[in-house]
Unconditional design. Structure first.
Length: 421
């Protein structure tokens, strides 16, 4: 054992002191991160550095573009598939110079990472030995921290379920318990529900947490799992003007998780609230979006935020009302009868035309007919029904009847387009 190794045979009260010890042993800059890429220790001397390290230390978290860049290059996968320290060449696209790095693991579980700047002075074999010994020490520290963190997460999850099930009868009771458990509640929040077609295990939750915390301006606070759904209470650090920023974040987030985990995901997000007695209501809003999107995948394909629901907010009530009635739509009856007697396709024609926002070119293309043929059909439909699709009341009424009474048929017709979304 060399003299520099002896300095590791002692108790480290923080990851800062461990980072400094590695740095002294190797005469290089060191950064230690947890599994979510939050900085938990970095060496205090040496001023020169590359952009990736500077931005990481300033933000106390590895920037999202750096993590994505390293994953695209296969660096993170290589690092996470071994327990040994490895040399990583520069990835200048993300501002990262050469590194000696190791993934801190407990069996197959990833606990964190150690990164050492490689300025060409790291002795082969010796440097790897130092970093691997440090990883063992950091692993014990992180396991101890994880035990405390798991207890805290369990407390937060119990608190979250109480909010979701309207356990508290007043805002003051909620704030009192949050304060008792040192849970800092933001002034406003959203509830989002994410549904996956893949089993949600601990690994999935970990990746989900990592992905969500990596987005600048988004602060996830409470999270729980129910079957194949992840329920999250989060806030936006910066004021959100309109729905574009929120919608953009959720779209990119869902797309990223689906791609990285090889699954399909749906998401729904509530209105923003300031009162925590409204968490259960916000949860129902988010879930209602998922239910509508599953009921009509093509027609509700762009539905994500409850603020943008429009008439869809009343759709469940309309469905319930329809279900309580035995008589079907008189508006659709004439078209169905004509199709049955003449083997025509007028019901589908109307459904496609209205579903594609009255766009003649797109509707004709979908139906594999000429635009003139579509115009002829629409004129014949007006003659048969005595109604004109340009009439707003009739247009809305027949569209709602199609959505609520011909749901299964609509999904069959638009299955191909739904799969492309």
């Amino acid at each position: 054992m060399t003299g520099s190794d002896l300095s590791f045979d002692r108790f480290f009260d923080s990851m800062e002191s461990l980072a400094d010890t590695i740095s002294e042993a190797l005469q290089s800059q060191v950064t230690i991160e947890d599994s979510n890429h939050h900085v938990i220790g970095y060496s205090s001397h040496h001023t020169e550095s590359d952009p990736a390290r500077i931005s990481t230390i300033i933000g106390k978290h590895v920037p999202n573009h750096v993590i994505i860049g390293l994953r695209k290059k296969g660096v993170m996968q290589q690092l996470e598939n071994t327990t040994q320290a490895i040399r990583i060449p520069a990835v200048m696209e993300v501002g990262l110079g050469p590194r000696l790095a190791i993934c801190i693991k407990n069996h197959k579980e990833i606990l964190g990472y150690i990164w050492v700047v490689d300025a060409g002075n790291l002795e082969a074999g010796h440097a790897e030995s130092i970093v691997e010994k440090a990883a063992s020490i950091a692993g014990r520290y992180l396991l101890k921290q994880r035990g405390w963190k798991m207890k805290q997460e369990k407390t937060q999850e119990d608190f979250f379920w109480k909010l979701l099930t309207s356990h508290y009868d007043s805002e003051s009771a909620i704030k009192q318990e949050a304060e008792a458990w040192t849970i800092l509640l933001p002034s406003s929040y959203y509830i989002a529900v994410f549904e996956s077609n893949k089993v949600i295990d601990d690994h999935f939750v970990l990746r989900f947490r990592q992905a969500m915390t990596s987005y600048n301006g988004v602060r996830p606070l409470l999270l729980t799992v129910e079957h194949n759904r992840l329920i999250v209470l989060y806030s936006m650090i910066y004021p959100v003007g309109g729905t574009d920023a929120l919608s953009s974040f959720l779209c990119k987030f869902v797309e990223g998780i689906a791609k990285s985990e090889g699954c399909r995901m749906l998401a729904g997000c509530s209105l923003d609230y300031g009162e925590y007695t409204s968490v259960a209501l916000a949860y129902r809003e988010a879930v209602s979006i998922l239910e509508i999107r599953k009921l009509l995948p093509f027609h509700a394909r762009d539905l994500l935020l409850y603020e943008d629901t429009g008439f869809w907010a009343y759709f469940p009530a309309i469905m319930d009302h329809k279900g309580s009635r035995t008589r079907r739509s008189p508006l659709l009856h004439l078209l169905k009868e004509h199709d049955r007697e003449h083997k025509s396709d007028f019901l589908k024609t109307v459904a496609v035309y209205l579903s594609l926002d009255g766009n003649l070119k797109e509707s004709a293309s979908f139906l594999h007919i000429h635009t003139n043929t579509l115009m002829y059909r629409l004129n014949r439909i007006a003659e048969i029904t005595g109604k004109n699709l340009k009439d707003t009341d009739y247009r809305i009424s027949i569209y709602l009847d199609l959505l609520t009474e011909e749901t299964s048929q609509l999904n069959q017709w638009f299955a191909e387009l739904s799969g492309k979304e």
